[in-house]
Write a protein that binds this ligand. Structure first.
Ligand code: ADP
Length: 544
């Protein structure tokens, strides 16, 4: 028997419609590329999204068309998210840190009709001009006074909006219609597209709000350092308005001092981002010997949050919530918000729990499998490849049959490529990406475990571990260190002594090399691929 309830399609635009009415006090505060700070309420953003939808319709954008963005976190990007999906088109966010070749590939593959660009990234497009698809319309995200001096034909965003009606008859698109497109950064092969639907996006926003209420609640001021050009800024542009939280958008200013000042000036209560950006904030906190005064929670994900980083912030009164996810999962899959009973645990135990990647969000199921595809027990000891399924997980890649074929197990679960255990309380612990594990004499060594311990050494500013070939053991770990003081770097013996407190002797790195900085991927994570290239042909001391 069917229930007798109405069925309304879940549509993204309804989030903004709702926020405009229900949360009149919340704002989007943006550091603009023009140099100043801009403020608007959700009601103003909703009206401008309507103007933008009229303008895009005037350019010929129809349902199902792709409108691409190349932009920082800011209010115009936010307006694009809602106007484009609201009118039934698809908002394709492009990561400006991709290589020119990758960018051209995805613009072509996505079939973008319009490309909306922040001033900072105009030179990127000028450099690609000859190779861009014919007919691609370019929009500069600024006003007339700041239009770029460029040989290309740019439309002016503010002029497009000016004079348009502030309401739009948003179409009743199906909740399964595509709304957003984001490509993985494609460390091997071409980038692959995750095509989100209205339904998956709205559900993800709902799941996120109930999972991380300490960030997502009325009156909170959330700073998404995680970019809107990659996996929808972890869903914050949808979850924040839903919850009534204000969004504090940092634009392109992501260094420690700028983030600290923005947090202080805007009373930021919660900030979300990858570990690398918190290294900069941490250095600034140490330099000023002060904390951003309203900061209450940091959500850290995208790569493993090292335990010393978690402890640094926890000791200064900030709740650290470790999260894990992927582009293919909208992206959040687990979060480390502790249950009430765990808050009274002794500090050490609490930190050990927080160093894990947390429990699943509602709507995402996790399983770990052995090499034969058999599900392993969630006992905290069994380690296997992590698979996921749920309403916010892709069912295939956008127009990419080969990648889709390779990504799922016979029961339809998506293979994450991560190797993990899950404990009886449901806490996920990521050991490594399968391709980063170090295979030594038939056993595995987790590069993440080594890094998490070594980074706590007072002479280490940052570090990464990669596998290098070894004639006897197949592979052995090489530790690459950015020393805090190049004049006084740590010795391998000092690092070994520290590692030996937690790891077996055979797991210790065979050698250590120093670099000025670690290479980063387009999503701000340490690029092990580049590190492996830097150290290609490296010969370990006992391997010659
Ligand atoms: P890419 O950076 O290649 O575009 P994603 O942003 O989708 O890809 O990153 C997904 C991957 O990032 C995961 O499969 C996992 O390996 C890693 N990752 C994300 N969050 C965490 C975390 N908290 N701890 C460890 N690894 C993480």
């Amino acid at each position: 028997m069917q229930g007798t309830m109405m069925h309304m399609p879940l549509r993204i635009i309804e989030i903004l419609d709702y926020a405009a009415q229900a949360h009149p006090g919340a704002e989007i505060v943006s550091v603009r590329t023009e140099g100043d700070i801009h403020r608007e309420t959700y009601a103003q953003a909703y009206a401008r999204a309507a103007q933008l939808a009229h303008a895009l319709a005037g350019l010929g954008v129809k349902q199902g068309d792709r409108v691409a963005t190349l932009a920082w976190n800011g209010y115009r990007h936010f307006e694009l998210y809602y106007a484009v999906s609201g009118m039934g088109a698809i908002c394709h966010t492009i990561n400006p840190r991709l290589s020119a070749e990758q960018m051209l590939y995805i613009i072509e593959h996505a079939g973008d009709e319009v490309l909306c660009v922040d001033l900072t990234f105009v030179p990127i497009i000028e450099a690609l001009a000859d190779q861009l698809p014919k007919g691609l319309k370019l929009v500069a995200l600024t006003d007339r006074a700041h239009m770029p001096d460029s040989a290309l034909d740019w439309l002016c965003y503010e002029e497009m909006l000016a004079g348009q009606a502030q309401t739009f008859d948003w179409p009743q698109v199906s909740e399964d219609a595509a709304a957003g497109l984001c490509y993985t950064s494609g460390t091997t092969g071409h980038p692959k597209g995750a095509l989100y639907s209205h339904r998956s996006t709205v559900l993800h926003a709902l799941f996120l709000s109930i999972s991380v209420p300490r960030s997502l609640h009325e009156g909170s001021h959330i700073l998404p350092v995680v970019p809107m050009f990659h996996v929808n800024s972890w869903g914050l542009p949808y979850a924040a308005p839903l919850a009534g939280a204000s969004l504090i958008m940092p634009g392109g200013k992501l260094d420690g001092p700028s983030i600290f000042d923005l947090m202080e000036n805007e009373g930021v209560t919660a900030a979300w981002g990858v570990p690398t950006v918190w290294l900069g904030l941490r250095a600034e906190i140490e330099a000023r010997d002060a904390m951003p005064s309203a900061l209450d929670q940091l959500v850290i994900g995208g790569s493993a949050a090292p335990r010393p980083m978690i402890e640094f912030f926890e000791k200064r009164g900030v709740d650290v919530c470790h999260a894990w996810g992927m582009t293919e999962m909208s992206p959040v899959g687990t979060h480390g918000q502790l249950s009430k009973s765990m808050l009274d645990l002794p500090f050490e135990e609490r930190m050990a729990t927080k160093a894990k990647q947390g429990r699943r969000v509602f709507g995402v199921e996790l399983k770990i499998s052995d090499d034969n595809g058999r599900a392993l027990p969630q006992d905290g000891k069994s380690v296997g490849e992590l698979y996921v399924r749920g309403n916010t997980v892709i069912s295939g890649y956008f127009n990419n049959e080969d990648a889709t074929q390779a990504a799922f197990d016979p029961d339809g679960w998506f293979g994450t490529g991560d190797v993990a255990s899950i404990d009886p309380q449901g806490f996920l612990y990521i050991q490594d990406r399968a391709k980063d594990l170090i295979k030594s004499g038939g056993e595995w060594i987790s590069s993440l475990d080594l890094e998490n311990i070594a980074i706590a050494h007072p002479k280490v500013a940052n570090c990464a571990v990669i596998a290098v070939p070894h004639p006897k053991w197949d592979e052995r770990p090489l530790l690459v260190v950015v020393p805090r003081d190049a004049g006084d770097p740590p010795t391998l013996e000092e690092i070994h002594a520290m590692l030996l407190e937690h790891m077996a002797k055979w797991q210790l790195p065979d050698a250590m090399e120093f670099v000025e900085d670690l290479p980063l991927t387009a999503t701000g994570k340490v690029s092990k691929l580049t590190l492996r290239q830097w150290f290609a042909g490296y010969v370990l001391p006992d391997a010659g």
